[in-house]
Write a protein that binds this ligand. Structure first.
Ligand SMILES: *Cc1c(COP(=O)(O)O)cnc(C)c1O
Length: 404
């Protein structure tokens, strides 16, 4: 079976190997250590520093996953029982479930043809309980951040950017994750860069950093510096990244811009070869700084999208079990693991977002860098594809579309 995964995982090489071997040779796998601790190679700290530099953020906390990053970010913002958070209905399940696990109430929003939150529909969802907007830079495409930030400012709401699928994307020259109050990243196997599993939170706010850090490690102050007894600011979890993961994260972060450049080049080539076809358009890209991990085709009708997918062995995005609210039965049924103080009397039903359903029924993902059946992108190219391979895939797609 062909390899699946994100572009970072396709380019694991000597750089990752060297960083991991440093850790193993030092036999020191815990993220904390004194500067002179024997064998300590501080890969997690170096990864956090590298991430801050690349993103242009003041603070970063490495975590064990994107889901944990979202939970730490929600905790940092103090979001909990009774608070409403506006989130798109097309996203990976964790954007919605993390809100529920924090004890808060997700308010599902429509997407537009960018496949990110429809900014014209946000204000009508705001109530006195609304605390935050959780925009998701879906499939590598930055949201319309100018509009989102304006709405947030006007209504005094926090913005938590879910950057899990858009690590490294930029909007108007600035990286996503630095527009809102706090940003969450994932390094799982399907993301732009990967450690198998892992994540990070970034922010420019010192207080949010301390709270996110504390939540990620038993309430400790950043890097457990100083005497902790009597000093811990909140009750936290253990979401600490270990040094082996940090080693891979460091090497992958150093490759991020090269990965993005390659993807943008290959996506442009593929897209150009398909630009004159009938029955289709492409989703709106909000900024050229997108990750170019996927090419999303919007067919004129649902029937055409399905007929196309029958030939490629995939399915339109609407069928994605992990990413479409309609298919998240545990969310729709509010199946929390245990009772909470939360009174969430919102009703979540299939079909409650008709605009989202219409778009996703006609939308098909072609892989450019993220090869993931779960995302509907089992078919396409990958970061290592040669020009000839890209031409071949383009010609197959052309042939199928012209035969519909
Ligand atoms: C992958 C992803 C997450 C969760 O990341 P994990 O590392 O798998 O926990 C959250 N939100 C979005 C939009 C994602 O794509």
């Amino acid at each position: 079976m062909a390899r699946s995964g994100g572009p970072g995982s396709f380019v694991f090489g000597d750089e990752e190997r060297k960083e991991v071997m440093d850790v193993l040779d030092g036999r020191y796998l815990f993220r904390y250590g004194a500067a002179d601790a024997e064998g300590y190679t501080h890969k997690v700290v170096d990864f956090e520093d590298e991430l801050k530099k690349v993103m242009g953020a003041k603070y970063a906390v490495a975590t064990t996953s994107g889901t944990c990053s979202l939970l730490a970010a929600l905790a940092a913002l103090g979001i909990g029982a009774g608070d409403e958070v506006i989130v798109p209905g097309y996203t990976f399940i964790a954007s919605i479930s993390s809100i529920m696990l924090a004890g808060a109430i997700p308010v599902l929003a429509e997407i537009d043809e960018s496949l990110t939150i429809d900014v014209t529909k946000i204000e009508s969802l705001i109530t006195p309980k609304t605390k935050a907007i959780l925009p998701v830079h879906m499939l590598g495409n930055p949201c319309n951040l100018d509009a989102i930030m304006e709405i947030a400012k006007k209504h005094n709401l926090y913005v938590l950017e879910d950057c899990c699928q858009a690590v490294g994307a930029s909007y108007k020259g600035k990286r996503v994750g630095t527009y809102g109050d706090i940003g969450a990243f994932s390094l799982n196997v399907f993301k732009t860069i990967s450690t198998g599993d892992g994540g990070a939170v970034i922010t420019n706010d010192e207080n949010l950093y301390e709270r996110a850090f504390g939540y990620h490690d038993q309430g400790h102050k950043p890097n457990r510096l100083g005497v902790e007894v009597g000093n811990r600011s909140l009750i936290g979890m253990n979401m600490r990244m270990n040094e082996l993961t940090g080693a891979v994260a460091l090497a992958q972060t150093r490759k991020l811009d090269e990965i993005l450049e390659t993807l943008r080049y290959k996506k442009a080539m593929l897209k150009d070869m398909l630009s004159d076809l009938p029955h289709i358009s492409f989703r709106t890209i909000n900024d050229e700084g997108e990750c170019a991990t996927l090419l999303t085709i919007l067919f004129d009708t649902k029937e055409l999208a399905e007929a196309f997918c029958e030939k490629t062995g995939g399915r339109p995005i609407a069928y994605s079990g992990w990413h479409v609210y309609n298919n998240m039965e545990q969310v729709l049924e509010k199946k929390l693991p245990a009772p909470t103080n939360n009174v969430n009397d919102r009703v979540y039903t299939k079909g409650m977002l008709p605009q989202t359903d219409d778009i996703l029924g006609r939308a098909v993902n072609i892989s450019v860098g993220v090869v993931d059946k779960g995302l509907g992108s089992g078919y396409g190219i990958n970061i290592l594809s040669t020009e000839d391979e890209i031409k071949q895939v383009a010609s197959n797609i052309r042939e199928i579309i012209l035969s519909l």
